[in-house]
Design a binder for this molecule. Sequence first.
Ligand code: NAP
Length: 288
Amino acid sequence: MITGKTKLLGVIGHPIEHSLSPVMHNAAITDLEMDYVYLPLPVQPADLASAMTGFAAIELQGFSVTIPHKQAIIPFLTAVSPIAQAVGAVNTVWRTESGWRGTNTDVEGFVAPLKALDHDWTQAEVIILGNGGAARAVVVGCTQLGCPQVHVVGRDPQKLEQFQQSWNHAPLSVNLQTHLWQQLPEILPHAALLVNTTPIGMYPQVNDSPLAADAIALLPDHAIAYDLIYTPNPTQFLQIASQRQLVAIDGLEMLVQQGAAALTIWLQQPAPVEIMRRSLRRHLGWEP
Ligand code: NAP
């Protein structure tokens, strides 16, 4: 029950109405019987400064950050974790006596299902499709896992060059090569992990795949296909990968695990991951 003492959490973004975060966080808060509520907080880009002043005034305890604020939020924070500095973006903010602090839990979310596989990542070459915000968290995650070589594939040579350059001053050493899509046939036969970070295949373009079956056929038999998209489930990309008998990982677990890591920071106690996972699966109609 919400009372006068209930503490406030939320998610800022624009648009925010499709965010699944309120579903999983409120399910977790209810399960933990904590006096908190997690709200969608629509904030236009031009209103971020006044929103931050308002959040301090109403004693918001913490919040998730989504598009378009993940980079813009950084100047408003008194401290940013090394992992968020490496990614160049913040997705989780919490209040302290000395001001707002920020981190990025997308990396933890991304690596969680990979760690569960008990694989030797020190021999694993990775191909990342796309060079946007999520690709940055994936680069950091693969580097943390110990992957010796990360290949990033994009369609715009200038953006690829900027992406490559951006790691020169990062607080971690990244072994990264960039490629255009037409170079994929040269690198696919050596990849242990192929990650889609583009929106290709996302609802409503559910019949699209970033790679066709003939390209996915070039992967080694032991390769893992990972799609950051969580609706539809499975995506066309993961359907093709499964037909090839590859291990297929969808984006829901990343969403759950990045949320669980954020909730652990805000509430200072372990998050009920299974409750969060099931609340989303039910909300999406994947289970009764
Ligand atoms: P973003 O910053 O906009 O990056 C998207 C990337 O995909 C860009 O590099 C873009 O290329 C590329 N791209 C888009 N359309 C393309 C096309 N038709 N052909 C080739 N490349 C294309 O977005 P983001 O924040 O990284 O998110 C990307 C995806 O990851 C989304 O589907 C999002 O839902 C998902 N995601 C999932 C989670 C999770 O928890 N599961 C977390 C974060 C993101 P250009 O740069 O050339 O435009």
